[in-house]
Each structure stands twice: as structure tokens, then as C-alpha cells.
Design a protein around this ligand. Structure first.
Ligand code: BGC
Length: 822
């Protein structure tokens, strides 16, 4: 539809109709306006798949793609575009028009719980990859909603925290992916973040939403709030927030109509916001989408293959003392050890979760290539944060009282020991703020011994076994903790001796309690049997008798999750001890790490190989097996520096003002020195640097040539370098171009990534690689000049294969000073 037609249509609307477009109707949709033939617009989470309108865990099945950091590790814009395009199919299969993705906040701290969802510590890598992802989505007619705009780099107090970021740092680091999404990728949607930015909620920050976004960047799409992230009527509308989510409206609807009548918001302002929303409804085709709403589970072979390939391309080979790749024909007996061996860790936690079509564990993937006969298994240690969730069926009784008193008003069933209720509760519940329920099941333990029963909840809970209270998280016992998006408690654990084979009646009692910011009810019950020295010894015994030991360790979506930051970057539980015990008895030990970011590796010198495979989606085990056997090249390069220890990270500090924040404020004091910029400045050698990753072949870089004939005139510089695969196998390398400003008048990083190319070469093949730079690639942002500034002097162009491995460099000079408008 033409812009003129969109304007005409908006002008046919009453004020109330325009206002109706500015809030959700329900959690995942905007209302239709039947009188004008405008149909509903539906949105769905999230960045690694399309979850649809069901619950966080139990909705219609979907394809699970690699998470953001795994895509970040591919450094492959074409591949990430393919993923975006496949995700568009998934969004369509869920009857939606808008994907709530990609997530592009920057890996500022290694402990941010949501780093797994984001691409990188580097703004340019993040921008290039997320831009490709957006293009993949939008070329298929599905809108992207790049998020969270801006300054959401930690999850602590995330709905209220004030991110104190100076303007230069914002412009040079945190805004870059959004600027690229608007100016280059042409995103149709942006989601504001929960946090405040320099004192004002981003959802009502006029500088951000109007001055920068609309006036400077000329954005024509929509800005929607994060879920419950709008806190005002006039302030959000006037600042530039188009849509309040989710619905039904809290700040808008009649309140906004009244605000117009009171002169707090002008009718023109409402019209402008409605125009933006209608443009989105038109761009996505939702405007005349008459299909009956349905959600399908389309398990497509093409998606399976893409996910498997992308998983391997994101896998980073960190160390290899000649053991990998393993030859399936000659490998012998393989001990597969660790908590992540038989459990497929395919995604992180929070709103990016979905119900996957299937999940291939490392064990399954290895069994498919080696045959189960050659494999043996021991768990060795656990890595859960919470006691293992009960996965069986529960009977449920609902009560119209806060404490399970009175007669049940409804009886139903529930699969699994986790509930998450957003809105509707059950038939017969008259007040969603006052209700309770009893979830009961018969539990038969497999082992005899002291068991741990754990409950955590947004709401009150207590667990009983055969009528005996074991874990009490009710009333005064409930304390706010780090679960369920900061609405929940920490886990409360009680112990009880149980006998194998006997049946016990387990009851989880739930009572709704007043919410803090997000109105939902959630609870989880798990029962576990602690593992001790014996389990580690058994794993070591298995490894001693094997030819190769593959130890699958890491974290899970309970740790790498929205709503909660990590307390440190050590492998949880006794996994470090497990790796060391195995390495002591078998020198041919391979560690397969699955985490959403770096971990300390005290055992690194004792193992033969380390592979980092993040959370690569539903094909996890197949991608891992492909890399271990060499069926696929480990194509990944680190999108985040891995420090030796957490203390080396720029924002590790005993000063909580810097991270995770104090008195409601988090100060970005390191400024532009994030990630490798910090390690360079401090002279700290990371364990593995940004951009690093090994392959199964070797590359040589040579013959650097620079064409700077236009540098002085318009800033364009072309860099040429020859890449040769000098090994015996095909493989890929990422050629990275960093720029250093040698004569700047302001403190600048020693080097900044400005361009890169991922190149695939056959054995013996050579390619001439061209990388192009523009004027902005040499500039810093001057708050005084309100412009990007390129100063006269020398610039070093550094070409290498990581931030710590620069192979070739050249200097260019210019004599003039240039101001580039924002
Ligand atoms: C998250 C968003 C997400 C939204 C809807 C919020 O908690 O921060 O990223 O899209 O929920 O699920």
C-alpha cells in the first residue's frame, strides 16, 4: 500500500480506533479494525525460533535454531541470513507476522545471564550479523523487532535499573547494531528495553526514541515496549513509543483518549504513532491476512539440515593437540562422560525458550557415527542450578481462596512439574489475584537415599511428600530471588530419605501472591539425588579403560537465562573436578563445552582438545559429532574474549556501582573499552582472544595492499590480502580487519574491528580477499561537536585472525579533519 493510502486510512479512523492500534489486544496481538478491513497483527518470540502463543515451555512444537552467541561465532553473514529466512517460515507457521528478534545487546560482562541470546562483545560484528538476520526475516515479509533498545547489558533489577552510559560510548558501542538495523538493514520494528537510560525509562526517553531514532536516523518503523516495560501514558506516547505491550492496555486505551482530551497528548501525536503501526500492519501483509488463526508444527528437513550446518559453523575449536578430528574407522572405545552427554543442551532460558521438535544429545549424535557398541557412559557430576524437574503427570485442584481452603472449583491435569500462567488460570477461578492450587503426583524413586526436594516460584509454594512438609516457600518463608524474570524466589530445598521402588505421594501447593512488576504465576518442583565422589571415580574408571574420553560439561538454560545473572564463571557443581579426574587417567581427553559464554578452565593444560559449542539448537549432538569427526569444519571464531578469570573482565569489580549496579544504577565506567578493547588497554592476555578459533587446516595471510587514494577525499579505503589454505583439508578462515587511530586527541582503543570476511577454501587454494572501509570506520564520536570526527594523522590497518593475532599491518595518513553528521 502506498504511503498516501496509509495516511488516508489512518485519517478515516476515529481517535479511539487510532488509539486501539497503540496497545496489544492480548499478550501476542494487536486488535483488528473490522470496519476498515484491517486484520490482526500477531507477534511471537524470539531469536532462536518461533515459539507461538503457547506457554514458555509447552506450546506447539517449533524448530530450535542456534542461539545468538552461536550465530555470533559463525562470523558468516550469509548463513545468518539463511537462518533469518528459515525463522520467517517458522513465524508464519505460528500464524504471526512479527518476530521479537534479534537480541543485540553487547556482551559487556561475562556474567550477564542473557549473553547467550546476544551475538558479541563487538558492535560491528553484532551489527553485520544481526543486519543479515533482519534481511533474512524481512525479505520473507516477516518484521524483525531488534531488541532491547538500549543499555540492557545485565539482568539484575532489569525492569528498573538505570544504565548510566555516556553519549560517546552509546554512539560508538551500544547504539551501533540498532543504527545499522535502521540505516542499512531497514528494520521494521524495535523493542525498547526495560531499563532506564541516564535517568529516564527507555520507553519514555525522547532523546532516544525521537531525536536519535526518528530525527537523526529517519526511522519509519515501530517501537514497541518490552513486556510491561511501559510505565506511563502521555510520557511514552510523546517520547516516541508507538506500541505498549502486552495487552490489554494498562497505560493507553481510554486513558490515552482522556489524555488527548486533557491536552496532554496531541491528536497529531496519536495519528503519527497510529501511522507507524499501520505501516507495519501493511508491510507484513497482516492488514488483509484472512487466514484463520492456527499454529502448526512444521518439522522441515531443510530446517534440520540448516540447523545442523549452522551448529557446526558456530562451534569453536579452542585447543587441539593433534587428537581431533577423530576417525570413526579407527577410534576404538569412547567414554562419553558428563552431565551434558545424554541431556541435549540446545537453548538458554527465558522468553527465548520454545518447545523443540526434538533435541539430539551429544550421546545420540556420537552413537549415530560411532555405533553405541563402542560407547560407554557415566554422568560423573551434575550441573543443574535447580533440582531436576519432575517430568510426570500431575492431578490439579484449583481453589477460589489464597490458601487451598474450601472446595476445589475445578479439577484438571498438568504435564510436568513446572507451571507458568500468564493471564487465564482455570475454569471457575473468579479472581486471578486470589487463587490457589494443589498439584499431586505419585513418585517412585529409582534409588534409595537422601533426596533433595526443591521448589521455586513466583507465588507461594510448599512441597509435601506423603503429607510431610519438606520444602516451605510459603508466606514469610518466600524471599525474592533470581528466578522467573525476577518475580520468583530462589530455590528452597528440603531433604527426605526415600526408598527405591516405593510410591510416594508428592504434592506441590501453590498460592497466588501480589506481583512486583510482571503479573504471572509460576512454580517449579524438582527432586534430585546428590552425586558425590563415587560418581567422579566411576567416570574416571570408565575413562581409564577407553581409548578416548569425551567429557560434555557446561551450563544449562537454568544458568544462561533471561532474568538472572551468573554469580561467577566457574563450571557449576563439581564439573572442574570431573574434567581433571578424567584427564588424569586418559591423556586423550576432549572437553565439549556448552555454555552461553566463557568459563574458567583450570584443567586446560591437562586435556588434549577443547570444543565450545554453545547452545546450537535441536541438532546439537549431530553438529558436535560432525565437528569431532571432521565431517564438518569447526567454523566458529570467538565473538567474545574468554578471560583467564572473571576478575580480568572489564566490569568485574568489588565496586557494585559498575556491575551489576548499586542503588538502582549501573555505571558503564569502562566507556568504549569493552571486550578486547579493555584487554588491549590493560595489557591483560585473555585465555582465548576475541576472534580466535582453530580449524583442521592451516592458513597463511600475505601480500597486504591498501588503496587509500580516496581516503582524504571521501574516506573510502580498500584493503587487499591473500589468504592461502596451506593444509591438506578444505576449511574456512575469518580474515579480520582492525583499525587503530595513532594520533587521536581522545583516548581510543588500540584497535577496533571494522570489517571481516569468512572465506572457505579447498586444500591448497588461494584467494585474494578485499575488505572495504568508509569514513565512519576511522571516526570517533565527539559529544562537543555533535558529530563523528576523523582527525588528521596516521591510522594503522591490522589484518589478522584474532584480536591478539595480527599478521599484517600498514599505515595510512590523512591531513584533513572531517566532521560526519549523525
Ligand atoms: C523479554 C523480551 C521478550 C518479551 C516477550 C520479555 O521478558 O525481555 O525479549 O520478547 O518478554 O516474551
Amino acid at each position: 500500500m502506498s504511503e498516501d493510502r496509509i495516511r488516508e486510512l489512518v485519517d478515516q479512523m476515529t481517535l479511539a480506533e487510532q488509539v486501539s492500534l497503540l496497545s496489544g489486544e492480548d499478550i501476542w496481538s494487536l486488535p483488528a479494525i473490522a470496519r476498515l478491513g484491517i486484520h490482526k497483527l500477531r507477534v511471537t518470540d524470539g531469536p532462536n525460533g518461533a515459539r507461538g502463543g503457547g506457554g514458555l515451555v509447552g506450546g506447539v512444537k517449533s524448530a530450535a535454531f542456534p542461539v545468538g552467541i552461536a550465530l555470533g561465532a559463525t562470523w558468516n553473514t550469509e548463513l545468518v541470513k539463511e537462518v533469518g529466512s528459515a525463522l520467517a517460515d517458522e513465524v508464519k507457521s505460528k500464524g504471526a507476522h512479527v518476530s521479537l528478534s534479534p537480541t543485540v545487546n553487547i556482551h559487556r560482562s561475562v556474567t550477564n545471564g542473557r549473553n547467550f541470546e546476544c551475538y558479541s562483545e563487538d558492535p560491528v560484528l553484532t551489527a553485520q550479523l544481526s543486519g543479515a538476520f533482519i534481511a533474512g526475516l524481512q525479505e520473507q515479509g516477516i518484521a524483525a523487532t531488534i531488541k532491547h533498545f538500549v543499555g540492557n547489558e545485565s539482568e539484575i533489577e532489569r525492569t528498573t535499573i538505570d544504565s548510566m552510559i555516556d553519549e560517546r560510548t552509546l554512539r560508538e558501542v551500544y547504539l551501533i547494531p540498532f543504527e545499522h538495523a535502521v540505516k542499512v538493514a531497514g528494520t521494521w520494528g524495535i523493542m525498547s528495553s526495560y531499563n532506564r537510560l541516564n535517568g529516564t525509562y527507555t520507553s519514555e526517553n525522547e532523546w532516544l526514541l525521537t531525536q536519535v531514532l526518528r530525527n537523526e536516523w529517519h526511522y519509519s518503523g515501530i517501537v514497541m515496549s518490552d513486556w510491561f516495560g511501559s510505565h506511563a501514558t502521555a510520557a511514552t506516547v510523546n517520547a516516541g513509543l508507538d506500541i505498549e505491550m502486552p495487552g490489554p492496555p494498562r497505560d493507553r486505551g481510554q486513558k490515552l483518549v482522556d489524555a488527548v482530551a486533557a491536552g496532554e497528548v496531541s491528536a497529531d501525536m496519536v495519528r503519527e504513532r497510529a501511522l507507524n503501526v499501520l505501516r507495519l500492519i501493511d508491510r507484513t501483509g497482516a492488514i488483509d491476512d484472512e487466514r484463520p488463526y492456527e499454529e502448526r508444527a512444521d518439522d522441515r528437513p531443510a530446517h534440520r539440515a540448516l540447523i545442523r550446518r549452522a551448529g557446526a559453523e558456530g562451534t569453536v575449536l579452542l585447543q587441539n593437540h593433534g587428537l581431533l578430528p577423530l576417525d570413526p574407522a579407527t577410534v576404538g572405545r569412547v567414554a562419553v562422560i558428563g552431565p551434558n552427554a545424554k541431556t541435549a543442551q540446545i537453548m538458554g532460558g527465558g522468553s527465548a525458550q520454545l518447545n523443540p521438535h526434538y533435541a539430539v544429545s551429544p550421546w545420540d549424535g556420537l552413537a549415530a557415527v560411532f555405533g553405541e557398541g563402542r560407547l560407554s557412559y557415566a554422568i560423573g557430576a551434575t550441573n543443574h542450578r535447580y533440582e531436576p524437574r519432575l517430568e510426570q503427570r500431575f492431578d490439579v485442584e484449583f481453589f477460589n481462596s489464597p490458601d487451598l481452603s474450601g472446595e476445589p472449583v475445578h479439577r484438571g491435569e498438568q504435564q510436568g512439574g513446572e507451571i507458568f500462567l500468564f493471564g487465564y488460570v482455570a475454569p471457575g477461578i473468579t479472581d486471578r489475584q486470589v487463587w490457589s492450587a494443589r498439584y499431586s503426583t505419585d513418585y517412585v524413586p529409582a534409588y534409595t537415599g537422601e533426596h533433595r526436594v526443591g521448589v521455586l516460584s513466583a507465588g507461594f509454594t510448599r512441597a509435601k511428600v506423603d503429607g510431610r512438609l519438606v520444602a516451605d516457600n510459603w508466606g514469610g518463608h518466600w524471599k525474592a530471588g533470581r528466578s522467573f524474570f525476577e518475580e520468583g524466589s530462589d530455590e528452597v530445598v528440603g531433604t527426605i530419605y526415600l526408598e527405591a521402588g516405593r510410591s510416594y505421594r508428592v504434592e506441590l501447593e501453590f498460592g497466588k501472591k501480589p506481583f512486583r512488576i510482571l503479573d504471572f504465576s509460576a512454580a517449579r518442583i524438582g527432586i534430585g539425588l546428590p552425586l558425590g565422589d563415587k560418581a567422579i571415580a566411576a567416570a574416571a574408571a570408565l575413562a581409564r579403560d577407553a581409548d578416548v574420553a569425551i567429557v560434555c560439561v557446561g551450563r544449562t538454560g537454568e544458568w544462561d537465562t533471561e532474568g538472572s545473572d551468573l554469580l561467577d564463571i566457574k563450571l557449576p557443581g563439581r564439573q572442574d573436578e570431573l574434567v581433571s579426574a578424567v584427564a588424569r587417567v586418559n591423556r586423550r581427553t576432549i572437553v565439549v563445552l556448552q555454555t552461553g559464554g566463557p568459563v574458567e578452565m583450570p584443567w586446560l593444560d591437562d586435556v588434549a582438545a577443547v570444543v565450545q559449542s554453545w547452545y546450537p539448537g535441536q541438532e546439537a549432538g549431530n553438529s558436535i559429532a560432525d565437528v569431532l569427526t571432521g565431517a564438518a569444519e569447526p567454523g566458529g571464531r570467538l565473538p567474545q574474549s574468554f578471560p583467564v578469570r572473571w576478575n580480568d573482565n572489564p566490569v568485574h569489580s568489588q565496586d557494585r556501582e559498575i556491575y551489576p549496579g548499586l542503588a538502582g544504577k549501573v555505571r558503564y565506567e569502562e566507556g568504549v573499552f569493552v571486550g578486547y578493547r579493555h584487554y588491549d588497554r590493560q595489557g591483560i592476555a585473555p585465555l582465548f582472544p576475541f576472534g580466535f578459533g582453530l580449524g583442521y587446516t592451516s592458513f597463511e595471510l600475505s601480500d597486504l595492499a591498501v588503496d587509500d587514494s580516496r581516503f582524504e577525499a571521501d574516506g573510502a579505503v580498500s584493503v587487499y590480502v591473500t589468504l592461502a589454505n596451506i593444509g591438506a583439508r578444505a576449511g574456512s578462515e575469518v580474515v579480520q580487519l582492525y583499525v587503530g587511530d595513532e594520533s587521536s586527541s581522545v583516548p581510543r582503543p588500540a584497535k577496533e574491528l571494522k570489517a571481516f570476511a569468512k572465506v572457505q577454501l579447498a586444500a591448497g587454494e588461494t584467494a585474494r580477499v578485499k575488505l572495504e572501509l568508509g569514513e565512519r570506520d576511522f571516526a570517533f564520536y565527539s559529544v562537543e561537536a555533535k558529530h563523528w570526527v576523523v582527525e588528521p594523522g596516521a591510522f594503522t590497518l591490522m589484518v589478522g585472525t584474532s584480536a591478539a593475532d595480527i599478521r599484517l599491518s600498514a599505515q595510512i595518513r590523512r591531513n584533513n579533519r572531517v566532521l560526519i553528521p549523525v
